[in-house]
Write a protein that binds this ligand. Sequence first.
Ligand SMILES: [Zn+2]
Length: 260
Amino acid sequence: MSKVKAVAAGIWWVGGGSWGGLTEVLSDEGSGNVFLIGGQGEYALIDAGMPDGAAAVLANAAVAGARPADIKRIIVTHCHHDHLAGAPELKRRTGAAVAASELAARALGGDAEARKRLFIRDGATLEVEQVLADGDQVALGPYAFTAMLTPGHIPDAVTLTGDVEGQKVVLTGDTAIGDQGPAKGVVGWLDGHWGSNPKHLLRSIERISQCQADLLLPGHGFPIQGAEKVRQSLEHCAERLRQLLAIPDLGTMMPLDLAD
Ligand SMILES: [Zn+2]
C-alpha cells in the first residue's frame, strides 16, 4: 500500500524510514527522507533513500501524480548511503538526471581521493549530469532553486532554496534537521571519519538561516513548517554547535578536523 504525505502545494513526502520510531515508514526503514517537488508533468526527487525503498518511492510518487517518466531530476544532498544508495535504481527506472555538488559528483564518479575523503569505500558509481557550485540554479520541476554549498555534516553537502507556490522552501539534507519532538536543533551525526567539521557546520547553518524560509525539508524527521518554527529550529541548531565548540578539549575527544 502506498504511503505519501502532501507537505504543501507542489511538495510531497514520498520516502523515508522511521528514524528510530519518530516518523512513519514511507518507503523502507533504512532510508533518509525522500521528497517530491513539482507539477504539470515535471518533477524532481530530493534524495533517493536506499535501494530497497526505490519501488515504494515510485509508487508513492505515482499517487502524488508523478509517473516515472515525469521525474526529470534526482538531487543528492550528500554522499551518505541512506540518502543516495537508491539513486542508481531510481535513475534507471525514471531516466532522471542527477544533480549533486562537485565533491559529491567526483566521489560518485569514482574518483578514489574524493571517495576516500567522504568515506565511501565500496558501492556502484553514479553519473552526475548537473554539478552544483555555490549559487547555481537547478530546476525542480517548474520551480527554480539555488544551490548553496553547506559543508559541516560532511564536506560535500549541498542545500537548495527556492519558492514553491508562494512558500520559501529550503532543502537541508542532514545539515540541519531542526526541532524534532523533544529534541531541539538536531543536526546530522558528526564523525571525523567522513570529514565532519562543527565550525563549518555552524557557518553553513548561519547561511541557511539567512534564507528566512517558510518550510524546511530535512533529511530525517518531520518537515518544519512556518517561518517562526524554521527560524527557531535553525537557531537551536546553531546553539547546539556553539555549545559543542565551547568544549575546550573537543579536539582530543573526537577525530574532528578543527582547522580554520
Ligand atoms: Zn548524512
